[in-house]
Design a protein around this ligand. Structure first.
Ligand SMILES: Nc1ncnc2c1ncn2[C@@H]1O[C@H](COP(=O)(O)OP(=O)(O)OP(=O)(O)O)[C@@H](O)[C@H]1O
Length: 248
C-alpha cells in the first residue's frame, strides 16, 4: 500500500470569528481518491482552499510528501504539486481552451502531463481547443479547468464542487475523465454534493459537519444511509432504544 501523500494535522481555518475548519486531521495516500461531502457551509471549500494555500491556516499543519507546506504561498504549493480547481472554475473567458491550458503547461512540474496526454483523458476538449472559454457549456468549462490543473503536473489534485450546475450528461463525461485519472494513479480530493457520485468515484468518503470530520470510511464499507446520517448529524442513539418495543 502507498504511503501518505497529504498529511493534515489539527488544521483550523477561520473566516473572521467563524471557525470554518476546526482542528481537522486527515491523511490521503498516494493514488487515493477521496470524496469530501457535507452540507452547505460544512467547511469543504475552506479545507480545500487552505490545503492549496488560497486561504490561511489559523493553526495546524499541512504536509505533502512529508514536506511542510503550511507556510508556503499558493504558487509555491503549485510547484510542490498541489493543484486546486476552485468552485466557479475561474477560466480566462477571453482566451481559447488551448490558451487556458497552455497557461498552466508553462508552469508544469513534470513532463508527465503534456497536452496530448491531458487531451487523451479529456477527449471532449479536442474539438474545442480554438473556442473561447466564455462560449463553453458548464461541463466543458469544468473539463477545461481540471485539464488546466493537471497540466501543472500535480501530485495532489483538489476539485471543488465537481458536478455543481452541470447537466447529467456533462457530469457523466467529467466523471469518466476523472476515472481515467484515477486509473493513472492521480491522487484526488473531490468535493461532491451528489452522494451517489461521491461514493462511486472515490475509494474513501469523508463527511464534514460544522468544520469537523464526522465520517471517514472506505466507500465500499459504508452505506448511503450512514453517510446521510453523518451529513445531517443523525445518530443511531437519536432513535429511542425502546421504539421497537413500543410497537409490539
Ligand atoms: N469568504 C467568507 N467570509 C466569511 N465566511 C465565509 C467565507 N467563506 C465561507 N464562509 C463561511 O465558512 C463556513 C464554511 O464555508 P465553506 O464554503 O468552506 O463550506 P462548504 O462546505 O464548502 O459549503 P458550500 O457547499 O456552501 O460551498 C460557512 O459558515 C460559510 O458561511
Amino acid at each position: 500500500m502507498n504511503g501518505p501523500l497529504l498529511t493534515v494535522t489539527h488544521l483550523t481555518a477561520r473566516h473572521g470569528l467563524l471557525t470554518a475548519v476546526r482542528e481537522m486531521s486527515l491523511t490521503v495516500r498516494a493514488g487515493e481518491v477521496v470524496s469530501l461531502v457535507g452540507a452547505n457551509g460544512a467547511g469543504k471549500s475552506t479545507l480545500l482552499r487552505t490545503i492549496a494555500g488560497a486561504h490561511p491556516a489559523t493553526a495546524g499543519h499541512i504536509a505533502l510528501g512529508g514536506r511542510d507546506v503550511t507556510g508556503m504561498r499558493a504558487y509555491q504549493r503549485v510547484r510542490e504539486g498541489i493543484a486546486l480547481v476552485p468552485e466557479g472554475r475561474r477560466l480566462f473567458p477571453d482566451l481559447t481552451v488551448e490558451e487556458n491550458l497552455l497557461v498552466a503547461a508553462g508552469r508544469s512540474r513534470t513532463t508527465r502531463w503534456d497536452l496530448d496526454r491531458v487531451l487523451a483523458a479529456f477527449p471532449m476538449l479536442r474539438p474545442l481547443l480554438r473556442q473561447r472559454a466564455s462560449s463553453l457549456s458548464g461541463g466543458q468549462q469544468q473539463a477545461t479547468a481540471i485539464a488546466r490543473a493537471l497540466l501543472t503536473g500535480p501530485r495532489l489534485l483538489l476539485v471543488d464542487e465537481v458536478s455543481l450546475g452541470l447537466s447529467p450528461a456533462a457530469v457523466a463525461d467529467v466523471y469518466a475523465s476523472l476515472a481515467t485519472l484515477a486509473a493513472e494513479g492521480v491522487t484526488m480530493i473531490l468535493v461532491e454534493q451528489d452522494l451517489t457520485r461521491a461514493m462511486s468515484a472515490a475509494g474513501r468518503v469523508v463527511c464534514l459537519r460544522e468544520g469537523q470530520m464526522v465520517l471517514a470510511q472506505p466507500a465500499d464499507a459504508v452505506t448511503r444511509q450512514q453517510v446521510v446520517d453523518a451529513y445531517f448529524g443523525i445518530r443511531e442513539s437519536a432513535v429511542p432504544a425502546d421504539a421497537s418495543r413500543e410497537r409490539t
